[in-house]
Ligand binder design. Sequence first.
Ligand code: GLU
Length: 383
Amino acid sequence: MIRLRFAPSPTGSMHVGGARTALFNWLYAKKNNGDFILRIEDTDIERSTKKSENEIINSLKWCGLNWNEGPDVGGEYGPYRQSERLDIYKKYINFLIEKNMAYYAVYDKNNNEIYTSNSYPEEYKNESIVVKFRVNREGITEFDDLIKGKIQFRNDLLSDFIILRSNGIPVYNFTVVIDDHLMNITHVIRGEDHISNTQKQIMIYKALDWVPPKFMHIPLILGSDRKPLSKRHGGTSIEYFRKEGILKEALMNYLALLGWTIEEEIFNYKDKVDSFSPEKLSNKGVIFDYEKLEWICGKHLRMKNIDELFDEFTEWLEYTDNIYIKEKILKDKDYSLNVLSICREKVNTLKQLKDFSYNFFVEDFDYEEKFIEKFLKKEWQMS
Ligand code: GLU
């Protein structure tokens, strides 16, 4: 059974890069009739927030990237959360300490290591006590990346590293291994910024005598200056594009094109599940082109069944708090459908559709003073 996961850290908005990672994991799982699970990696308690978690969950649902497993939350699948699995991690930390593959280390106020021990250093309990993984610095660590080929790391360049923080919470490089193993994950598709972490993760797999999953590291999404796409380049979150009135199928279509070689340019990603394969994923950084996304959105806007467009448009008006115009549109559906089918020929996004069609629905525009003087007042006087 093929099993993939999307494992975001809830420390900010859902970035388009994250959505693309989720999309590729989702496509690979669907293609193989496998499972796709969502795991919230919230062990960095200083940076993780509920707000961000909710935004990520809502964005994934909006994109149509549903997960098919998880704890039952009122008849729906909830995500797995690492913060709810601390006891599980504890067990494996203790196991590694017992096997002398990890040890306690005490740090003083200046962050200098002052003591190490294989048993809990009771006498230092007022200091900062962590658990560190003992690195075997001989030889190399290697793995076959399904996109990048063989990747090797020198072990002598790595030092023992912390796996349990002084606040009692384990770090990402540790929890990710425990969870991917216990959740029977077979393939990990993630951004190439995680390649260097893979060395530490493989060492932990080996220490626990577990077989690592297959890894696929995808190139990052870049801005026009070839630096990783960030707020400096413009909006980057799914919520931003949703507010801008980009259709979800257009966004998914565009994200799929970022690194996936596929013949067609305009498609619904749900129809392309069978064509997805890692060999068709590019190994080069890809540049995010806002104009192309808008152009693709225009194509989808015009292709869409008009009733569906009506529903999506009214939903978007609600989402962006345009309640007044939404009510006007709902008043006379036949009229509104006619207006939308004419106006969509001229625009690319739902936001542009709103601006373009506004005066067909709302009659509270102001007349210019000159116009009133010249036409309206005259007529008034004549009658
Ligand atoms: N929590 C990590 C992140 O958001 C997940 C990386 C991974 O997929 O292993 O970057």
